[in-house]
Design a protein around this ligand. Structure first.
Ligand SMILES: Cc1cc2nc3c(=O)[nH]c(=O)nc-3n(C[C@H](O)[C@H](O)[C@H](O)COP(=O)(O)OP(=O)(O)OC[C@H]3O[C@@H](n4cnc5c(N)ncnc54)[C@H](O)[C@@H]3O)c2cc1C
Length: 425
């Protein structure tokens, strides 16, 4: 790459994960000239699909569950023309199994803003009373320094079968460490808006097919091509502005009136931006993908209580397990994990016992930042100390957990901040 000087309103977006893509597509629609740089040979970052030889088909790096109330994610899918590529039940229903008692149930939130459904035994978690839900709503008043278990009692069935699975899924951090404040928007924006906002949604074909490839195609339609294998190695700041991006053997000038969005993981951002505080601790997620003897329709998932796995998803002839906040098992050999995961899949999906099929274990050691109160307090805001330089990523302070919704919202907020800057400069 040689030295490039941009004279128009160019926005340089660094990182083609969900946050960078979300910023890039909004900027493209707003008529900006966008230059998109990605260190890897592919886009998607922590949310992508790839071909796996062992399974013999494309799989996702990890199971990703959305809720219909994730407004930014849904808006993004609409914008890139792939709203139809996510699927799920017509009604909000979350099936569960408890391996200790072998009980199965489904949580079925009701319509309407007042959660009358907690009065119905067949809709709430078995063994819980409506009072327990009302009591635990004090989590909505959580203070910044409180963890989930500071707000809800841990000796209740509701904790074991609802709060703990929900907290671990949303925060990728155990309930005793996870920041209760991050649960507030999750509850308000989904469960708090009634059944229609908490229908589970999963990519029909794959994460890349839903979230990544259509975004790249849309950018291409705006004459924007992602520059893969372009790792930004340094940033130059001068006075109150970013003035250049360094790529090792080349440099791109950021001209007066132009802007940059940094949408890389937190520790990469810390290494590039002087004086930037970021959440530095992370939590792992381990997924296992297993070839099923026969396709299972329709596509779906089941929550697991009392097992190693937290969720089991099934799509076609692949069943995939998720273990979140997986620090305790992330260093266990994959072969050992596979045996336990397959055993839990056969139990949950009521499959006949059979030898371990073709499988792939994917360990994401830094799946998200550790969403503890102390780490949440280190999230920087979108606007940096430099007028033409903004931050995006699931670790930026959106007030949301580090999720698809959080990453996409951070990208939207970054794009809005840039548009404000370019319109006045
Ligand atoms: C296994 C797993 C399961 C998950 N499950 C769920 C779920 O069920 N629901 C949910 O909502 N969320 C889930 N998440 C979280 C979600 O995937 C992330 O929050 C989201 O993908 C983060 O996007 P991002 O753009 O902020 O970061 P990233 O995806 O990390 O993107 C950053 C990009 O920057 C690139 N980059 C890095 N350094 C440079 C550099 N120097 N120059 C240029 N480019 C660079 C990277 O290659 C990457 O493409 C899960 C995550 C994982 C890993």
């Amino acid at each position: 790459m040689s030295t490039v000087s941009n004279s128009g309103k160019t926005v340089h977006v660094i990182g083609a994960g969900l946050a960078g893509l979300s910023a890039a597509v909004r900027l493209a629609v707003a008529g900006c000239r966008v230059e998109l740089y990605e260190a890897a040979g592919h886009a998607g970052g922590r949310c992508r699909s790839f071909h796996d030889d062992a399974i013999g088909q494309r799989i996702d790096n990890g199971n990703h569950l959305l809720l219909s109330g994730n407004r930014d994610a849904m808006e993004y899918l609409n914008l890139i023309g792939s709203a139809d590529s996510v699927t799920g039940p017509d009604r909000a229903v979350f099936p569960f199994i408890d391996f200790e008692s072998n009980e199965r149930w489904s949580v079925k939130p009701g319509a309407g803003l007042i959660p009358w459904w907690i009065l119905s035994r067949s809709r709430r978690v078995p063994g819980t009373s409506p009072w327990a839900y009302i009591r635990d709503m004090r989590i909505l008043c959580a203070q910044n320094q409180q963890t989930v278990t500071d707000c809800v009692p841990t000796d209740s069935i509701l904790f074991r079968r609802f709060w703990e699975p929900l907290a671990v899924a949303a925060l990728n951090t155990t309930a005793d460490q996870g920041a209760a404040s991050l649960m507030v928007p999750v509850i308000r924006e989904t469960f708090g808006r009634g059944e229609a906002a908490c229908r589970p949604r999963i990519a029909r074909q794959g994460l890349s097919e839903s979230f990544i490839d259509p975004a790249l195609q849309m950018l291409k339609d705006h004459n924007i091509t992602c520059r893969f294998s372009s790792r930004v190695r340094g940033l130059t700041f001068n006075g109150d502005a970013i003035t250049a991006l360094e790529f090792g053997n080349s440099r791109v000038e950021v001209s007066e009136g132009d802007a940059a969005v940094l949408a890389v993981p937190p520790l990469v951002a810390k290494g590039l931006v002087p004086g930037l505080d970021v959440p530095e601790e992370s939590r792992a997620i381990v997924n296992g993908h297993f070839l099923l003897p026969a396709p299972r329709e329709p596509q779906g998932f089941i929550g697991v209580v009392g097992g190693m796995c937290h969720w089991i998803f099934f799509r076609g002839n692949v069943a995939s397990t998720t273990v979140s906040a997986a620090e305790e098992i992330v260093d266990t050999p994959a072969a050992e994990l596979a045996v336990t995961m397959w055993d839990e899949i056969t139990r949950a999906l009521e499959l006949p016992a059979s030898p371990l099929p073709a499988h792939k274990i994917v360990k994401e050691k830094r799946a998200t930042f550790a969403q503890t109160p102390a780490q949440v307090a280190r999230r920087p805001s979108t606007q940096s100390a430099w007028k033409n330089f903004v931050l995006a990523g699931d670790w930026v302070d959106t007030k949301l957990p580090a999720t698809i919704e959080g990453a996409i919202r951070s990208g939207r907020q970054a794009a809005l901040a840039v548009l404000k800057f370019v319109s006045i400069s």
